[in-house]
Each structure stands twice: as C-alpha cells, then as structure tokens.
Design a protein around this ligand. Structure first.
Ligand code: ATP
Length: 355
C-alpha cells in the first residue's frame, strides 16, 4: 500500500517555483530519501508531507486519505506523523525519559501505557540506561536518538527526518547511519529522510528521489541511481560521475555502440542513435598498458589527489574542441601532463538532449 502519494504537486513562493509538478509514491515501511543540492526543493516536499505548507496544485494523500488538494487540507496534527529535525529540539530542564514522554501528552494514554511506550522507544534507540540523564549530559548522537525516540513513542505511520545528521561530526555520522538503519528495520515505520549528502541517502534508503530545481529527476533504488542514471544531473550528482559527449552509432536493447574521439566502444545504455553522453565513474575506467589489446581512450593527466588509499587521477581526453574529463584510480601518483591510455570497463550512455 502506498503510504504517501504525490500527484502532480507544485508549490510556488513569490518569484520562485520550489516544487514543480512532482509525482511519486512511497510504499508503506520504506526508507525514502529526498536527495539534491541546496535549494532543489527537498525541504519543501518534506513540509508539504507534514502539512506545514499547502500545495498550489496537485494532490497529496497519506495512507488512503487525501490530505491536500482540491480545496481539502488536513493540518499537521491530524496527519499521524513524527518529525525529527537537525536541531534536536529537546527540553534542557527535562530528563531524557521526560522528553520522550512529553510527546505523548494529551493523547488519552494511561500513565502505565505512557511509561511502557517511553521504555520501548528508549530501548529501540539503545538508550534505556540513559532515561534519568539530561540532554546536556549526552553526546550529539545520543541527543538525536532521544529526538527519534520521542517521535517513535507516538507510533506514527511516518517519520520525517530533516537532515538529522547534519550537526554531527563525520565519525558520529557513520555510527548514526548504522543506527538509523537498524531502528528503521525494527520500527517498520516509513522514514522520509532529507539530505544533500548522497552517501547518507545511498547508505540508508530503499528508494532515493533525486531533486533538481524543483523537479524530480529520478526515483530509484540506490544501485539503479548509481549504475543507470536517468539524466546528466543524476549522473554528475551521484557517485562523482563525469560526462563525455559521444555519438551513439548503434543501439539495441541495453547495448549501445558509441564513437568517442574517433574510436568506437560498446557500452551499456538506453540512448537512441544520435548525440549522447557517456557517463563514467572512476571504477568504469582503467589505466591500460601499451601492449594490451582493445579500444583505448588517449588523454593527459590534469590533476592527481590521494583518496581512499588510491590516487584519483583526472584525465583530459578527446581532441581539441571536444575534450572532457575522466577520473581513474591508480596505485601511483599521476604526473601532471603525463600521457595515458584508458580502457573502459563500464559506463552508461544517455541521450544528449536529456538535460
Ligand atoms: N518560505 C519561503 N519563501 C520564499 N522562498 C522559499 C521559501 N522556502 C523555500 N524557498 C525557496 O524555494 C526553493 C526550495 O527550497 P527548499 O528549502 O525546499 O530547498 P532544499 O533543497 O531543502 O535546500 P536546502 O538543502 O538548502 O535546505 C529555494 O530556492 C528556496 O530559496
């Protein structure tokens, strides 16, 4: 069952279209990430789901219930949602347990039921031993888990998370990524997670919606976004993809033949014959020895930096007027200006008009 449905939803601010005819469905229990650069409209989508904004056009449904559109509007308090923000929004004078309990006030629950839910939520986030502490006695990651526990205690159908890891240092963020994954699997609630960090989105989400300039560029599982980007923007934004202008000379099913710098290559893709983009990640390219057989791309090293145990060389390929950059990993540092030959091990071809 779809837990959230957007049907052709648009939202304008004066002089700006923040969300532009966006449609998607989020099935129940999904970990759904909204990913994109600053200003692409992802927070506005989260606020539209929450009922903190009204759409100008289109319809939004939560569960089977329309909540916005066609003159209808259900307020945030009646949407059955929990929200977790970047700032933890905890009461400093209350204990951890009281902060979690606070969200349960006014819901007609007995004291025993409230105590039970607080215990269960703190258990779920791994903080059962910290109930009597106050927020200032906790680390940033623990405070964020209290905020999550406060949302979980209400047992909402959907939890909205607005860049919840943004205030944490890199190490803590890694730990919290694993924690969020575990908590989602146990809670079996739909999580909608806003982030501009592709690694966070790719690590956690079942489905990732990539946004750009208010438009939904692609909605797909992380593996598909990475290996079969639907647009040049997705190709560049996800996995540091590089794009080279190429001509598609033959296309059948998932296989294309492209011409690049006077050489033909066979590469996966779904582009018709005509102008195309070849999308390459570092893992799609290999430095080729002089003697080895097969088609090669000639280029010159323009930059080299040490990254993740390898040297990432940026190589300029192509002839004058039609050059492009490609990254390749090498065990050795690259010399700027050095001539290299590259072999393709993968890649993905897109039609060039798909901008
Ligand atoms: N209340 C508002 N009034 C006017 N313009 C707004 C308002 N809220 C957002 N915008 C604009 O709408 C666009 C989308 O904003 P939104 O906050 O959804 O983007 P975002 O992708 O979440 O960005 P960020 O990662 O920087 O938060 C931006 O250009 C923003 O400046």
């Amino acid at each position: 069952m779809a837990n959230i449905r957007f049907d052709d939803v648009s939202k304008r601010y004066p002089g700006k279209i923040a969300v532009d005819r966006v449609s998607f469905e989020v099935p129940n229990g999904t970990f759904f990430a909204l990913l994109g650069p600053s200003g692409c409209g992802k927070t506005t989508i989260l606020r539209l789901i929450a009922g903190l904004e009204r759409p100008d056009a289109g319809e939004i449904a939560i569960g089977k219930k329309p909540v916005a559109g066609h003159g209808r509007f259900v307020g945030p308090e009646h949407r059955g949602l929990g929200m977790v923000f970047q700032s933890y929004a905890l009461w400093p004078h209350m204990t951890v347990a009281a902060n979690v309990d606070f969200g349960l006030a006014g819901r007609g629950l007995s004291r025993a039921e409230r105590r039970n839910r607080v215990r269960e939520a703190l258990d779920l986030v791994g903080l059962s031993a910290e109930g009597a502490r106050r927020p200032h006695q906790l680390s940033g990651g623990q405070r964020q888990r209290v905020a999550l526990a406060r949302s979980l205690a209400v047992r909402p159908g959907i939890i909205l998370l607005d860049e919840p890891l943004a205030n944490l240092d890199a190490h803590l963020r890694q730990t919290m990524l694993a924690e969020f994954g575990r908590i989602h699997a146990q809670a079996r609630t739909t999580f909608v997670f806003v982030t501009h960090d592709q690694n966070e989105a790719m690590a956690l989400a079942d489905q990732v919606a990539v946004m750009d300039h208010g438009r939904l560029q692609q909605l797909a599982p992380p593996e598909e976004l990475f290996s079969r980007p639907a647009s040049p923007m997705v190709a560049r934004f996800v996995g540091q993809g590089r794009l080279l202008a190429a001509d598609v000379v033959a296309s059948a099913g998932r296989t294309t033949r492209i011409r690049l710098d006077d050489t033909e290559f066979q590469v996966e893709g779904a582009a018709p014959i005509g102008p195309g983009w070849l999308c390459l990640r570092a893992r799609d390219v290999e430095l080729a020895g002089d003697g080895a057989a097969g088609e090669r791309l000639n280029g010159r090293v323009v930059a080299s930096r040490f990254e993740g145990g390898d040297h990432r060389l940026t190589v300029e390929v192509g002839a004058a007027g039609a050059t492009g950059l490609v990254d390749v990993l090498s065990p050795q540092r690259g010399r700027i200006g050095e001539a290299v030959r590259l072999a393709l091990r993968g890649g993905w071809v897109l039609a060039r008009e798909a901008t």
